[in-house]
Ligand binder design. Structure first.
Ligand SMILES: [Zn+2]
Ligand SMILES: [Zn+2]
Length: 174
C-alpha cells in the first residue's frame, strides 16, 4: 500500500512580508527593458502612457488591483485613463513583468514578478489582507501530482483562505 502523505511533517511556512519587497534600481531597469522588448516584438506601440503605468506598478507594494492602481495614479496626478491602466496591465502580464492572481474575488490582483522562489498566498477573509509564504515541499508535491498522470509540471497556485477568531480584532485590520 502507498504510504499516506502526512501533512503534519510540513514545517511552518516561511512568511514573506510584502512591505519588505522593494525593487532595486537594477530590477526596475530590467522591468523597463522586458516591457519595451515585448512591445516591440509583438508590434505594440511604445507609448509614454504605457510606461507611466509601468512606473506606477513598480511603485506599488505587494498586491494590488486595477482600481487601486488607477486611484494611486490619480492621487499622484499622473495623467492616465482607466482604460489605459486595464489594457497596460494585460500587456504587463503577457510580457511577464507582473503576475495576475484571482483570489476568489471578481477582480484580479497583480504583483511584480521577482526573480525568487515560487511563493503562495494566504488571504484573510475578514479584512482581505494578503500574505505570502514559501513552502518548498509544494514543489515536490506538484511534481508528483503531475508525474502520477504522466505530465510535466508547469506551475501551481495554492491559496489559503483564513479568518481570525474575532474578525473585529483581526491583526491585519488595524
Ligand atoms: Zn485580517
Ligand atoms: Zn504574491
Amino acid at each position: 500500500m502507498d504510504k499516506a502523505l502526512t501533512i503534519t511533517t510540513i514545517p511552518p511556512a516561511k512568511e514573506i512580508h510584502e512591505e519588505d519587497r522593494l525593487l532595486s534600481p537594477e530590477q526596475r531597469q530590467h522591468a523597463y527593458q522586458m516591457f519595451s522588448k515585448f512591445l516591440n516584438k509583438e508590434g505594440y506601440r511604445v507609448t509614454s502612457e504605457r510606461f507611466k503605468v509601468l512606473e506606477a506598478v513598480l511603485d506599488m507594494k505587494g498586491h494590488f488591483n486595477a482600481d487601486e492602481l488607477y486611484a494611486t495614479m490619480v492621487t499622484n496626478k499622473t495623467r492616465t485613463s482607466r482604460a489605459t491602466v486595464y489594457s497596460t496591465l494585460e500587456l504587463l502580464e503577457k510580457s511577464e513583468v507582473i503576475f495576475r492572481h484571482n483570489f476568489r474575488s471578481d477582480c484580479s490582483y497583480y504583483e511584480v514578478r521577482f526573480d525568487e522562489p515560487h511563493h503562495d498566498h494566504m488571504i484573510c477573509v475578514s479584512c482581505g489582507h494578503i500574505s505570502e509564504f514559501v513552502l518548498p515541499q509544494l514543489m515536490d508535491i506538484r511534481k508528483q501530482v503531475a508525474e502520477n498522470s504522466g505530465l510535466n509540471v508547469v506551475d501551481h497556485s495554492f491559496q489559503v483562505f483564513a479568518e481570525c477568531d474575532d474578525p473585529n480584532e483581526c491583526p491585519h485590520n488595524k
